[in-house]
Design a protein. Structure first.
Length: 232
């Protein structure tokens, strides 16, 4: 057996620890992602019934809400990362995605998404979601709760940016959104989230999916991280 020099062994040990840590984080992340997907499935019939009874006016191709400063929890982004990273075109798609992530993070580093006034001002900038392609959502079946349960009953034109704000009537889906956030957090062991681009990067980190982004931006983007009691 070849003897490994002490320094090299130390590096190897650190590498093993990192792999073990990533594997443990990945397991937590995947567990949380599955919990979120299950809630989506279990809530689908209820959400559809509410949309029909309330007369929701959202239609295919209407993407005004995709320019809101939307936020997501990390567990909600786990299935999205897994889906994109498993696609056959991932290596080809990744550079463009990384550029968009860097752009989104830089833009969100200038706004406090928890401040309503700043959110309104940000909406007027009309920065489209990184997953909006030709007014269609690239991850529609896996979209996070903030998008999935954002439904209006007012005229779609009221959602457009104009010289004067117009009244927008939203369907109250807070209970379902809260369930997604809370149960996902319990499965992950922490409530972590922020703008969609940030949540995507954090989810990728947990899964061990490498992304070339400016890490200094992550600390400048508004985020929430609260430890919670994880499910056994």
């Amino acid at each position: 057996m070849r003897r490994v020099p002490a320094a090299s062994q130390a590096v190897a040990d650190l590498g093993d620890e990192k792999v073990a840590s990533v594997s443990q984080d990945a397991r937590r992340a995947r567990r949380a992602g599955k919990v979120v997907l299950q809630i989506y499935r279990e809530s689908a019939a209820y959400v559809a019934a509410v949309a029909e009874s309330q007369g929701v006016t959202c239609r295919t191709g209407c993407s005004h809400c995709c320019k809101l400063p939307a936020t997501s929890t990390v567990p909600e982004m786990v299935p999205v990362v897994e889906y994109l990273a498993s696609r056959s075109d991932w290596k080809k798609r990744r550079p463009a995605l990384e550029r968009e992530l860097r752009h989104q993070l830089a833009e969100f580093a200038t706004v406090d998404v928890l401040d309503e006034g700043e959110r309104v001002a940000f909406f007027r900038r009309q920065l489209a979601c990184m997953f909006l392609k030709e007014d269609r959502c690239e991850i529609y079946s896996l979209r996070p709760a903030v998008c999935r349960y954002h439904m209006v009953v007012s005229p779609p034109a009221n959602c457009e940016v104009g010289p004067e704000p117009r009244p927008i009537a939203l369907v109250d889906m807070q209970r379902v959104e809260n369930t997604v956030a809370i149960e996902g957090a319990k499965a992950l062991g922490e409530l972590t989230g922020g703008p969609i681009a940030l949540a995507f990067v954090l989810a990728a980190d947990l899964l061990g999916v490498e992304l070339d982004v400016d890490r200094t931006l992550l600390d400048r983007v508004t985020n929430v991280c609260i430890a919670v009691r994880a499910h056994a």
